[in-house]
Design a protein around this ligand. Structure first.
Ligand code: SF4
Length: 329
């Protein structure tokens, strides 16, 4: 469905400038932005993917991954056929980088579907949900009215003004911090690092629940120096932010070999010196996915695949020592 886009500027000669993300695409009539989902139609910026879903599924919230936001719950998950990055290693490139079939679901119908599936809300995920800005803005208040949650799984590449408008509507997010090197973002993702760091910082200051994912790619972002830098950055915001190190597998335009388990274990060792909750994803390693109390070491949440047992935590508190764990339940 086509809809006028938010956050753009009209210029002379029917040109427009999109201000949704830091690319600030300047578009002449009929020209599409880098994300390929916003274009200039006669001097007006429009989006052609409003409410157009590539898929709709009920997933365990752990799959997003979110480990400390209603652990064990199911969440209705969906995403648009668009992304503003062009990561060479994209794990979902068939739906983020290529045109594919979609189906329209109105905001009201999406809420109704979430209610009908015993879901805690809607997760905007799989591709780049920020390219669904207007759809999320319209749907989130309807979800909240029904007591449901809005969850974002994103590259975090959005401009400050639209982020400020979106933040009060979000309940939780997992942001992909791909690297601490500007050249990684420039060469591999075709984007910039700084706005992502700024947005993570802003999200950490807000009321919503935040987790971070880092896909560890051999030879690209897995040096001890860089992993330490990433951990120090997160720890400077809060040592309670859950960090997920995720195993990479060759895909799309990158054929570097998969992440060895030893590299993930090294990353985990580095991170555990500064952060309370560190997880290993996309791989089955002993002790890679359980949550332990940072105070007394009690097992708070036990995870095996997507089977989750939350007996060690009640109302967000450790059942052994009573510590406020930061787990939202
Ligand atoms: S959202 Fe799309 S059109 Fe707008 S600035 Fe970003 S890439 Fe360009």
């Amino acid at each position: 469905m086509i809809k006028e886009a938010a956050h753009y500027e009209k210029r002379p000669d029917n040109r427009v400038i999109c201000h949704l993300c830091p690319f600030n695409c300047r578009l002449r009539d009929e020209q599409k932005g880098i994300c390929k989902s916003r274009f200039n139609r006669g001097g007006e910026l429009v989006t052609d993917n409003y409410g157009e879903l590539v898929t709709l599924a009920v997933d365990p919230i752990e799959k997003k991954p979110l480990y400390h936001f209603y652990p064990g719950a199911d969440i209705l998950s969906t995403g648009p056929n668009s992304c503003n990055f062009q990561c060479l290693h994209c794990q979902n490139w068939t739906i983020s980088q290529r045109k594919t079939s979609t189906f329209y679901v109105s905001p009201e119908k999406l809420v109704e579907t979430a209610l009908g599936h015993n879901s805690i809300g809607v997760a905007y995920t799989y591709t780049e949900p920020l390219m669904w800005y207007e759809y999320i803005l319209d749907t989130a208040p309807l979800l909240r009215r029904e007591g449901l949650k809005t969850v974002l799984v994103s590259n975090g590449y959005i401009s400050p003004e639209p982020l400020e408008e979106l933040l009060p509507l979000l309940d939780a997010a997992n942001i992909d911090l791909k690297s601490m090197r500007p050249e990684f973002y420039r060469k591999i993702c075709k984007g910039k690092l700084r706005p992502v760091l700024d947005n993570i910082k802003r999200m950490a200051e807000s009321d919503m629940h935040l987790e971070i994912t880092n896909l560890v790619i051999p030879g690209k972002n897995d040096s001890e120096e860089e992993l330490s830098e990433l951990v120090n950055f997160i720890a400077s915001l809060s040592d309670r932010i859950p960090l997920h190190f995720s195993a990479y597998f060759p895909n799309y335009r990158m054929n570097t070999g998969a992440t060895p388990s030893d590299t993930l274990l090294k990353a985990q060792d580095i991170a555990r010196k500064k952060l309370k909750y560190v997880f290993l994803g996309n791989v089955a390693l002993p002790d890679g996915s359980n949550s332990y109390c940072p105070e007394c070491g009690y097992l708070l949440v036990r995870r095996s695949g997507y089977h989750t047992v939350t007996e060690g935590v009640r109302g967000g508190k450790c059942r052994n020592c009573g510590l406020e764990t930061g787990i939202v339940q």
